[in-house]
Design a protein around this ligand. Sequence first.
Ligand code: IDC
Length: 379
Amino acid sequence: MDNFTKFKNLCLIGLLFLLTACVGGLKSHEKPEGFVSPVEKYGKIRLVEIDGRRRLCKENGEPVQLKGMSTMGLQWEEWILSEEAFDALAYDWRCDVVRLAMYITEGGYKDDPFGMLAKVEKGIKLASDRGLYVIVDWHVLTPGDPNANDYLNAGKSLSQYSAIKKDHPEYSGPELFFAYLSQKYGDLPNILWETANEPNKLSKSWSESLLPYHQKILNAVRLYDKDGLGDNIVICGTGTWSQEVDAPIGNEASDPEGQVMYTVHFYAGTHGQWLMDRVKNALDRGLAVFCTEWGTSEADGGQNGKVYIAESEDWLDFFEANGVSWCNWSLARAAQSSAAFKPNAASFPKDLDGDGVPNWKDSDLSASGTYVRGRIRGE
Ligand code: IDC
């Protein structure tokens, strides 16, 4: 073979390799035939008052209930942010919504603002590409008071925020974070902002501490989301690890378009009827409620390995009857019974049955994951 022929052959092989890679790559990220995404079905979701209740509704005004999954802390379980995993969550699990849990302390955004912001933006893209709703969660946990300096100073020095900081030198860390994301993604119909996961160990009441906190973030969100396409929903965490869901009755955050919800969190092995009664009270008195986090386990995430299926059923039936949307904790491969996957589960689901949809093996799913996937799929 002369040199020219060798060169030609090499080029051909290279070209073939590239083509195979492209086709293979496209295949796993294509949406399956006949799949209609949640965003295609429901459009820009919004809160509407119907018979004295504030209901989450489709763009056309009909009530809708969203069901889906929360990630584990993205500083620990980043593997879930892949095309394959989101394909499986969208097309096989049929999630309507994915929540991106961005811890601030616990080794999260406070330590690595640049890296954590990038993870959140990657998650927004993965969800949006598949027409899923996505909740960006400012995951307050320990020390617990969102007004603590650990939270208020987090990420303030990020260069991405310099223009906003120039106009608003008074902004705290969460104001900068949400203002930046609102400016960049507020035009998307599928984004919801969760301004504090689980406030706890507060020394003051709702109206003295959480209300002014949420109001500040809400104001920054509204100021920087200038697309004129209608406001994205803001979800406010409530006291005692988001169990004081009725505290905002008569003391709501003020919002021009009234697109504010309040969250309740429950763990089936720990929280029972008394917490459902609070949710019912909140709904009856006109609050919009979104359960952005719940687990099939006890509140410690399931260190004893137990799952509480009967109790979970009661809660999910209650939510269904009352149109309360939810995300389950969590998309983790971990030795805790709330985790949806077994510790040794595959990080990249594969197309096992040749239908073009990547999926995890049944044996990759924990008891919780198996149950919750079924409820999301409506089985
Ligand atoms: C837990 C995780 C666990 C992690 C811990 C950090 O499951 O792996 O070590 O956080 O403190 C919540 C919180 C959520 C908790 C979860 C389970 O929002 O961050 O995750 N939980 O304990 N509220 C009630 C339970």
